[in-house]
Ligand binder design. Structure first.
Ligand SMILES: [Zn+2]
Length: 287
């Protein structure tokens, strides 16, 4: 076979493989979105129902659908990491580095193996180096609460939230999920190397890597999405920079008061509200 033709066929094979990979990811994401929607319907029916036994049946249907969503989303995350080369290089015995942030002293030296999975927003409990339990991973209440795409915790866990999946599904673009994981990888890398400082500085650095990576994750055929993401990222960087300059900085760790004030019960997320948000203005704590 002529070398040119061989090369062309190889290129085509690569493209086809890439498209296959992407459609597998989208299939998994779509299955998760569908299951989450079934869970919402079941919760709605439960709330409408007067009878205790019927309530229980809907509740267990909702839990089952949520479990199905998690399983589909977890495979989407795993496929995305493979497809986009986002699996973190193995690190021997990774530990959280010393943090200069307020209320972060309890994290230094904690084992921090990286694990990226889907989770509903909820508190997680981590035992600190002080022997006490600390509560992390909550998604703050407020306007932006439903727009947090992902979180990284000081024990190395990367949590991907529904919003990242919804965005990827809505735009038929797994690169959105890839970009989210890439961003959290930056937080993780700093966790086990330089340590975390302020939320604002961390996001400026992480979003700078996100901005640089947009073209790698979003295909040139979707210029609109590329531009929208870049604009959104630039807005966040500008806001965090302004906050930093004004001295309005925050710790990436909850304060003791916030930990004490929080309801640490296993909080079933309010899956009735999950409004679809606009792509613009992803400005929020987590992403
Ligand atoms: Zn971030």
């Amino acid at each position: 076979m002529k070398p040119f033709l061989t090369a062309l066929l190889l290129v085509m094979a690569t493209i086809i493989r890439a498209e296959d990979g992407k459609s597998l990811i989208l299939e998994a994401i779509d299955a998760g979105v569908k299951a989450e929607s079934q869970a919402r319907t079941a919760i709605h029916s439960r709330n409408q129902s007067q009878d205790e036994e019927t309530k229980l049946i809907y509740w267990s249907a909702a839990r089952e659908a949520n479990a199905k969503a998690k399983s589909a989303y977890d495979s989407a995350i795993s496929l995305t990491q493979t497809e986009y080369g986002l699996s973190f290089p193995p690190v021997q015995d990774p530990k959280a580095a010393r943090s200069t942030a307020q209320d972060g002293a309890w994290t230094e030296g904690l084992p921090a193996p990286r694990a990226a999975t889907f989770m509903q927003p909820n508190y997680r409990r981590i035992r600190g180096n002080d022997g006490d339990f600390h509560f992390v991973s909550d998604v703050p209440e407020g306007d932006d609460a439903d727009r947090v795409m992902a979180l990284t915790d000081p024990d190395g866990r990367i949590t991907i939230l529904s919003f990242a999946m919804k965005m990827a599904a809505e735009y038929h673009e797994p690169g959105i999920l890839a970009s989210t994981i890439h961003h959290e990888n930056h937080h993780y890398l700093e966790l086990i190397t330089t340590g975390w400082d302020t939320h604002e500085q961390m996001e400026i650095r992480a979003f700078t890597t996100s901005a640089d990576a947009v073209d790698a994750f979003i295909p040139a055929s979707n210029q609109t999405l590329r531009e929208a993401l870049k604009e959104s990222i630039a807005t966040v960087i500008a806001a965090k920079t302004a906050a930093l300059q004004a001295g309005d900085v925050h710790s990436p760790f909850p304060s003791k008061e916030q930990e004490r004030g929080a309801d640490h019960g296993s909080r079933m997320p309010d899956i009735d509200k999950l409004p679809w948000q606009q792509l613009r203005g992803i400005a929020s704590r987590g992403w």
